[in-house]
Design a protein around this ligand. Sequence first.
Ligand code: PRX
Length: 632
Amino acid sequence: MQITSFNQYEEDYKKSIENPEQFWGEVAQNFQWRKPWFKVLSWNFNEPDIKWFEGAKLNITENCLDRHLEKNGDKPAIIWEPNNPEEESVTLTYKMLHERVCRFANVLKRNGAKKGDRICIYMPMVPELAIAVLACARIGAVHSVIFGGFSAKSIADRINDSQCKLVITADGAYRGNKQIPLKDVIDDALIGCPTVEKCIVLTHVRTPVSMLKGRDVWWEDEVKHVNDICEAEEMDAEDMLFILYTSGSTGKPKGVVHTCGGYMVYAGYTFTNVFNYQPGEVYFCTADIGWITGHSYIVYGPLSQGATSVLFEGIPTYPNASRFWDIVEKHKVNTLYTAPTAIRSLMSFGEEPLQGKDLSSIRVLGSVGEPINEEAWHWFDEKIGHGKAPIVDTWWQTETGGIMISPIATVTPTKPSYATLPLPGIQPILVDENGKEIEGNGVSGNLCIKFPWPGMLRTTYGDHERCKQTYFSTYENLYFTGDGCLRDEDGYYRITGRVDDVLNVSGHRIGTAEVENAINMHAGVVESAVVGYPHDVKGQGIYAFVINPEMHGEAELTKKDILQTVTRVIGAIAKPDKILFVFGLPKTRSGKIMRRILRKIAEGDTANLGDTSTLLDPGVVEEIIAASKALK
Ligand code: PRX
């Protein structure tokens, strides 16, 4: 199923459009099924109701583990690189990983988990995180991984939304020179989570933690009570595999649901093709398993293809800005898949951290999560790839399950800042505000997808109507991505950014409404409005306009209180970069905030505010502009 020439890409693409069922049916033959499907695809975007590989039975862990044992059991599946470079890295072969997943799957069963139960995972980037994820899949439980940067309240909201029965966590996590008290955060969260019966705690940093009798058990103790034989649960292709919460333009994060069969096929197919993975190579994706990139391209995609996947606990700048390059040299990494934010941050350290580093193993480079600017693209190409490693700028989303528009390494001619062409099976379309297709090349519009693909979301947990409203109602019969996009003269796609009220801060998706709700929870705040603005490293920064709050001490202190409130309500990743206290917000006569104006002010582009005549009080704008100029 690996595409090796541009010609073949064109042929496969054509085939995938003309006869999608035959195309995906053939791709799916490369995976292991307990029972075949009777229908490859049935779909309806209005409901939405999408089924892939109907009737088929499988377990994704048999594809990620068992099927490699005979020939590749001793091959490294996961290479773990700890936060502290002085500590030993750990290699788990496919045999070892299989054994540990089975053992931990038995621990889950011993603690009352069964097929269909939801399990929340809040862990550091350690091998046990991948083991926990796979153990859930092994027994047919639905994992909901929450990124380690979210607060207790965010965790509680997510746990309650999907009524998780179990939580898997660790005492703490290392992040650079910081230690994060994961179990403390979970303890705070669980005060408001009546459905959680058990909490399994891994010892990692060995910080003191509270262990509640009857609820909390240690990972290390539990594994001693079980053996390592665990038959995989037989799953229907359309059974739920996992839930992953993501931000949208309304306040509450949505639980995006992915199912077993289609997701597996799509993650595996895109992994092997986009990165042109060759047997024996070492592949390093720097994302966290708390995000979709980690799910699809650290765990499921690579392991389903028998690849060797590096799992890194730390951050790119600890203990210094050479860390990525040291890891590349140490493990002879062939593919490095990272985010533009990391590239821009490392660029800012100049060339010194690269001195004497052997990056000659690198064959393919990848970028994900946000638009990559040309400067960062060229730096990545020249300094890291030495002009010889193709860069795959991969566009996709939590909802798409896998990469959608991207070069295929060594096959598709690349172009800086362009995600280039759709992968086989993907039918992008650009539409105007009214949903009218914008045809031809050299055009731009809102990016939609007009035909299903196996990795697409099936619903949003517990609220199918929300899935329909968010993705399938803006334009009839189309999946709406929320992204703006241009198609150049060559038919190449370039993603220009979100067209809704969603920010992309360091590749993290954050809804403006979510941040506003958090700010408004501060006791002194009455109203606020949040917009994004261009940020040199983060891509976008968060700019909050807050109507003069009741001050408690100096204004600067009140700002810090607001930041602390946001950290409590969402997590540190959503903290505004700038807060401006204002007398009023620019509102229309019907009371709607004109964000367009605030965005311009945040960008510092106050000369071109456009039409402000519909504002209730145009004078407000002058005041805000004056205040914004005084803000550092
Ligand atoms: O705006 C697009 C941006 O990230 C959004 C999806 O975020 P999330 O669901 O968190 O998934 C991130 C990792 C797949 C998209 O709607 N985005 C993602 N990749 C790119 C991108 N923008 C430009 N270029 C990309 N390669």
